[in-house]
Design a protein around this ligand. Structure first.
Ligand SMILES: *Cc1c(COP(=O)(O)O)cnc(C)c1O
Length: 395
């Protein structure tokens, strides 16, 4: 099924995004609005798409650790991919079984490692030889076996696919291919290690599936190279992108095509498990940041819409030059004008859009910044002594 069919089935199931504007009018702005029905439909599409032997999907908690969303995701049967003790605790509190929690990250502290082992997380994804030795000594002191996977940089050429930013040798993440033989051997001989497998993550917001085909080929080659080793699981990371420009046309990513690539191209060994850890693709489209227009300011040759939401509520535009589709939910005008949409924070990068075409916009209008369910609320700050954004849910 392509994205359009997916979109149609979602529209048939829940209707196009109909914002409850009357509820919004009574809610102090800015706030995050979560369409939980869309999250559920997305999770159903994931479970359908991943219905292949040995496939297991984890949710990358860093994309959005909102407890209401975590509960729904745990309820759909996904595991959790975490990068701190705080995220491990949030996942367990939301109902994920510790055994379904994976702990990743380049800078796990001794305390985090000990707590993860005590709580019984399913796997620690190790990112360096130094970290492996620390885990071995902590496990030895505790008298436990540490479940460990090695995160490998598949070294997929950045020039072929410039958007792959985390799978390269010079990156701070993961273990270089050249160091892998020694670490595989160390995992095999160390009494304290329960070797779980190999982990790969090639980047984020990937919308062309070709890099995943290349990843499969790399992994197939590695599996042959390490034919003598038991590798119970492979973890191919996350990174599947969403359509930021057309959230209503493509509210749900094409999971069938995504998982289908791995089913087609990756040669799993008998009984081997294949793990995925998707973040943005799970929660990105179900969230919008809702904001009220404080002023429409006439500048010299430019008109500014100044919103009560700023980069403290949604930092992606300032941090990554990302763009979220902006909708005016209350303008009655059928005439459009161009505006720069900016926040109130004392930073020039506090800007959501340049020369945005919006229906004639006035003070008091409600705007929606779409596709803000991932890397939105979790990155909010209190810079400028601001309050954190509120939340509103549609279940
Ligand atoms: C961030 C991250 C993910 C999730 O990435 P998305 O682009 O949100 O899918 C998965 N795995 C690892 C190791 C990550 O760092």
């Amino acid at each position: 099924m392509n994205q359009n069919n997916k979109a149609e089935s979602r529209l048939a199931a829940t209707g196009p995004t109909q914002f409850p504007v009357e509820r919004f009018a009574e809610t102090p702005t800015p706030f995050y609005y979560y369409d939980i029905a869309l999250l559920r439909a997305t999770l159903e599409a994931i479970n359908r798409g991943a219905d292949h032997d040995g496939f297991h999907v984890h949710y990358a908690v860093k994309a959005n650790s909102n407890p209401e969303l975590l509960k729904v995701i745990a309820g759909a049967g996904l595991g959790a991919d975490t990068v701190s003790l705080g995220e491990i605790e949030a996942a367990i509190a939301a109902g994920f079984a510790a055994a379904d929690v994976v702990f990743a990250g380049v800078g796990k502290t001794d305390r985090e490692i000990a707590e993860a082992l005590r709580l019984g997380v399913g796997c620690l994804n190790v990112e360096s030889a130094e970290e492996l030795e620390v885990i071995i000594s902590i496990a030895s002191e505790m008298g436990v076996k540490a479940p460990v996977a090695l995160r490998v940089n598949p070294e997929i050429d950045a020039h072929t696919h410039h958007y792959i930013t985390t799978g390269l040798a010079e990156n701070k993440f993961g273990i270089a291919m050249s160091m892998l033989p020694a670490l595989m051997e160390r995992c095999r001989e160390a009494q304290e290690v329960d070797f779980r497998g190999l982990h790969f993550h090639i980047g984020s917001q990937i919308t062309d599936l070709t890099p995943y085909r290349i990843l499969c080929e790399r992994i197939n080659a590695l599996q042959e190279e390490y034919a003598g080793y038991d590798i119970p699981t492979l973890n191919v990371g996350g990174g599947l992108g969403i359509d930021y420009d057309h959230p209503d046309e493509h509210p749900i990513p094409d999971f069938e095509a995504y998982f289908g690539i791995f089913a087609e191209c990756l040669k799993l060994r008998h009984g081997q498990e294949l793990h995925f850890e998707l973040g943005r693709a799970v929660t990105g489209q179900c969230g919008s940041l809702i904001s009220r227009v404080t002023y429409v300011k006439q500048g010299v040759g430019k008109r500014f819409v100044i919103t009560d939401a700023g980069m403290t509520d949604l930092i992606r535009p300032a941090l990554y030059q990302a763009h979220h589709k902006i909708e005016n939910l209350t303008s009655q005008s059928d005439h459009c004008e161009r505006y720069d949409v900016v926040g109130p924070i004392c930073e020039s990068s506090d800007r959501f859009g340049e020369s945005e075409l919006l229906p004639v916009t006035s003070r008091g209008d409600l705007l929606a910044f779409r596709s803000a369910g991932a890397y939105g609320e979790v990155m909010a700050s209190q810079y400028n002594c601001r309050s954190l954004p509120g939340k509103l849910y549609d279940f």
